[in-house]
Ligand binder design. Structure first.
Ligand code: LRH
Ligand code: MN
Length: 388
């Protein structure tokens, strides 16, 4: 019999990290639709992240992206975040928007460009020293568009060299999250295209290099929960960039396109006893709200992760193990589906009430008037965006 009290304790201790850039304007190559009330500064992004935490109770950290969140004094930015009840989480580097990086950043044939890119990675660690962040999240858009454009092996050697120098600079409580992506912006070969490539580089680097799984970065049909199970077993899973997609890197709300996949992923996390913040996996969102209001979309995304997690925690593990060991295919699948088909919203409403929160965060946010307030106040100035 599932211990519901234990399930509720686990859910109230769950942690999801929000991405500062999801509060800013974003779009596609066709159009970026600006929205009223969008932040104009890292401080306003952090204020919006604090509102997500206020209504969900489980999002106390916000990831930054450099230079999109560049400030003069990162220690006071961290103090500002703390004054709002949140903390600065992962530090994201950006070696994908500078003209010099057209043919690559740390893999570029030009050593001067590689030096520039590596210096940016080291700069991000210096910022982490000021914000108290643990995670350096590295994603490289590096790749080539045509066969023969560059040497695949030389590019791996250059990448490994930059990663080694970056790893050596890490402080004792800091680590690397190495993100992979199948394609885009490169359309023939990406230098870190899949989990295996990231995993191999992390093994080469050492214990404080782990893999970051962005759920939108796989070929259609990829069994992501298998990757989760495998990396957990290897103790090399460091983080998620949760979002969802119907086709490519759509960056839609987590769980919106495929809630069943999110459930299967969270089941492997629960099965691996890896949900507890002490285990060290950073459950982050990485999304773009191109047409929908951003703060309620992020609140909804946190709720989707909570619902997938609650269902995963309700799996009758003993019955599942018995059916699996008896080779009872239908029974085993049935046990998992029973949990998935359970409406966990009442349970989560109780968890929120126990935390002193409104059981319906989206409705509570709408009633708060915060959206109207920021639309009224945030007039003028430069709205935040990707600046691509
Ligand atoms: C790349 C990516 C990466 C971030 C960016 C905002 O597609 O997933 O994690 O740097 O989105
Ligand atoms: Mn990502």
């Amino acid at each position: 019999m599932t211990d519901l009290a234990a399930v509720k304790r686990t859910l109230s201790a769950q942690r999801v990290e929000t991405p500062s850039w999801a509060f800013g304007n974003s779009g596609t190559r066709f159009k970026v639709f600006a929205q009223p009330g969008v932040p104009r500064s890292p401080q306003e992004k952090i204020a919006d992240a604090a509102v997500v935490h206020k209504y969900t109770g489980v999002a106390p950290t916000v990831a930054l992206h450099i230079p999109w969140d560049k400030v003069d004094d990162y220690a006071s930015l961290a103090a500002y975040a703390s004054s709002l009840g949140v903390a600065i989480g992962a530090m994201n580097t950006n070696v994908f928007q500078d003209d010099d990086y057209k043919l690559g950043s740390v893999t570029n044939p030009d050593p001067a460009v590689r030096r520039k890119a590596t210096d940016h990675l080291l700069e991000a660690i210096a910022i982490m020293d000021q914000t108290g962040s643990r995670d350096l999240k590295l994603w490289f858009s590096d790749g080539i568009n045509y066969p023969g454009q560059d040497d695949l092996t030389n590019r791996q050697d250059r990448l490994a060299e930059a990663l080694r120098e970056t790893y050596a600079r890490l402080g004792e409580n800091q680590r690397i999250l190495l993100e992979y992506k199948l394609f885009e912006p490169a359309f023939y070969a990406t230098d870190i295209p899949d989990w295996g490539t990231s995993y191999a580089h992390c093994l080469e680097l050492g214990p404080r290099a782990t893999v970051c799984i962005d759920t939108g970065h796989h070929a259609p049909g990829t069994n992501i929960e298998f990757i989760v199970a495998f990396l957990l077993r290897q103790k090399k899973l460091g983080a998620f960039d949760f979002n969802s997609r119907f086709y490519a890197d759509d960056d839609l709300m987590a769980g919106a396109a495929d809630p069943f996949q999110l459930f299967r992923i969270m089941y492997e996390i629960v099965r691996g006893n890896a949900l507890d913040p002490a285990y060290g996996i950073n459950f982050m969102l990485d999304q773009c709200h191109n047409i929908e209001a951003k703060i309620p979309a992020i609140i909804r995304s946190v709720l989707n992760i909570q619902e997938a997690t609650a269902k995963a925690l309700l799996v009758d593990r003993n019955a599942l193990a018995a059916a699996q060991n008896n080779g009872d295919v239908l029974e085993a699948n049935g046990v998992l589906m029973d949990a998935y088909n359970t409406d966990v919203r009442p349970l989560l409403a109780e968890v929120r009430s126990d935390l002193g929160l409104d059981p319906d965060p989206v409705a509570a946010y709408k009633r708060s008037g915060y959206q109207e307030k920021i639309v009224e106040e945030r007039v003028g100035g430069q709205q935040a965006g990707w600046g691509a």
